[in-house]
Design a protein. Structure first.
Length: 133
């Protein structure tokens, strides 16, 4: 029985946030427009996917992102709310494939596929620490 055994197809999560200037492309690149940045959108899609399955993982296990294939469809200004949705569509060989979406108050702004891998945190951190030596 693997760490992903208890993750049901359809496990989902939803979260929302209000876009601040710190989340915009302009925050990082002064000449760019003050709209919600693609890397920030992807980060929140990943967090939402993680939240969808964390309660189904064994104690001491987490999930880490391994694949992101996302399209940013529309710009979102500062002050607008964005809602993220993640739904587990496949659980196979220790990975979980999610359908992810993001909507602002007017339209869908992002969509794609995100894959996470279940890892035992202590073992994972040992490998990370070994790399730093």
């Amino acid at each position: 029985m693997g760490a992903t055994f208890d993750i049901p197809i359809g496990a989902s999560a939803e979260r929302a946030l209000t876009v601040t200037r710190e989340m915009t492309v302009a925050h990082y690149h002064e000449l760019m427009p003050e709209v919600f940045g693609t890397p920030v959108m992807i980060y929140h899609m990943e967090v939402t996917a993680s939240e969808a399955i964390q309660a189904h993982l064994p104690d001491g296990w987490v999930s880490v992102g391994v694949v992101v294939n996302v399209r940013h469809l529309a710009a979102t200004p500062v002050g607008m709310q964005v809602t993220f949705k993640a739904v587990a569509r496949e659980v196979k060989n220790g990975t979980i494939t999610f359908e992810v979406e993001a909507y602002d108050e007017k339209e869908k702004i992002g969509e794609g596929i995100h894959i996470r891998a279940a890892v035992e945190l202590s073992r994972f951190m040992k490998r990370v620490e070994a790399k730093s030596k």
